[in-house]
Design a protein around this ligand. Structure first.
Ligand SMILES: [Zn+2]
Length: 342
């Protein structure tokens, strides 16, 4: 007999009616469901004395779910466990998820057990699992019918997922922008783009008490100086960013998206006609993606130019060989880093 022993416990054996160690076993079974021949593993009690199998009510239920899950897998449908996982992502109850979807109150409960969902409902469940933005809009529609505590709980969970998703899209978009520079070591300073390092370099500058009035133009210059100094000292940049020569000096490709990355401490300040972007990070911080060597380089940059005003730093940058030798809007090559003023 092809069986796996799952556990063994002393109990009254239902086969021989004696008390002894009774094994719980898994056995390969075959069954037909909806004209589909299926193989699955079923749970039984096994009595050594009589060499008999016995299935109690709980096992019968679990075995039925296993059979249905085998069918779901074969048909490309979500298994009962996967449906439970989707619900767990949002921390939402079975009944409340039905409410959001406009389904009968017991529908999800049944789908998480013996009842196989149809294709249409399967598509909806998959979509809600992958699309926190849609979940949020359904949640908003159902707000009046949920308890305030439940609403807040689901809102928080879905918002975290949504922001994570957004960051993932943003990172993909920035990386796609950088594909064309791949392998150009003078443009990327011999370093592959690391958005984790980009975020940490910005956070490091924003957290430093020696960096004053950190607005976007100044930040972009500090970043270029950090990468250029790293290249000058070590032969490779820190972040892998590619910098363009703009009228105000060096600016990384994708700068608008970069400041929207998650964990970048950027605050939009209303300046009347335009908005300014201010960067400030308070409190004790960790910079897990930066090495000690990276941080030493950032500290030198901060020491030399951290307290310059935006205008001073733009003037300073305009005297760099890297800037003077590069045509406006062209990519700044790291070959000029050896002549860096710092
Ligand atoms: Zn027995």
């Amino acid at each position: 007999m092809d069986m796996k022993v799952v556990k063994s416990e002393k109990k009254l054996c239902p086969c021989c009616m004696e008390e002894h160690e009774v094994k719980t076993i898994l056995m390969k079974e075959q069954a037909t469901f909806k004209n589909s021949k299926l193989e699955y593993e079923a749970l039984y009690w096994y009595c050594d004395a009589t060499d008999e199998l016995y299935m109690d009510e709980r096992q019968m239920k679990e075995n039925d779910i296993c059979l249905k899950d085998a069918y779901r897998k074969k048909e490309g449908l979500l298994t009962s466990g996967q449906i439970r996982d989707i619900r767990a992502k949002y921390g939402i109850s079975q009944g409340d998820l039905c409410l959001l979807l406009g389904w009968g109150g017991k529908t999800i409960t049944r789908y998480e057990s013996h009842q196989v969902q149809d294709k249409a409902h399967n598509t909806i469940l998959k979509k809600i699992g992958n699309d926190p933005e849609w979940f949020l809009s359904l949640l908003n529609d159902a707000k009046e019918n949920l308890s305030p505590e439940s609403y807040q709980k689901y809102l928080k969970a879905a918002t975290v997922l949504f922001e994570k998703d957004q960051d993932c899209y943003l990172r993909k978009a920035i990386s796609a922008n950088y594909v064309k520079y791949q392998g150009n070591s003078l443009f990327q300073g011999n370093t592959e783009l690391s958005l984790d390092k980009v975020v940490d370099v910005i956070r490091y500058f924003a957290a430093s008490l020696k960096v004053t009035n950190l607005y976007k133009v100044k930040l972009m210059k500090l970043m270029w100086y950090a990468d250029a100094l790293s290249y000058k000292k070590r032969g490779f940049a820190i972040t892998g960013l590619v910098y363009q020569a703009l009228p105000m000096g060096a600016v990384p490709v994708g700068h608008n998206s970069i400041i929207d990355l998650k964990d970048v401490p950027c605050e939009e300040v209303d300046m009347g006609e335009t908005n300014a972007y201010h960067f400030l990070l308070n409190g004790e911080q960790k910079f897990l993606s930066l090495s000690n060597e990276d941080i030493k380089i950032l500290d030198i940059v901060i020491e030399k130019i951290g307290t310059m005003s935006t205008n001073e730093i733009v003037d300073f940058m305009h005297k760099e060989q890297a800037y003077l030798q590069t045509s406006l809007r062209d990519i700044i090559s790291f070959q000029y880093a050896e002549n860096l003023q710092i």
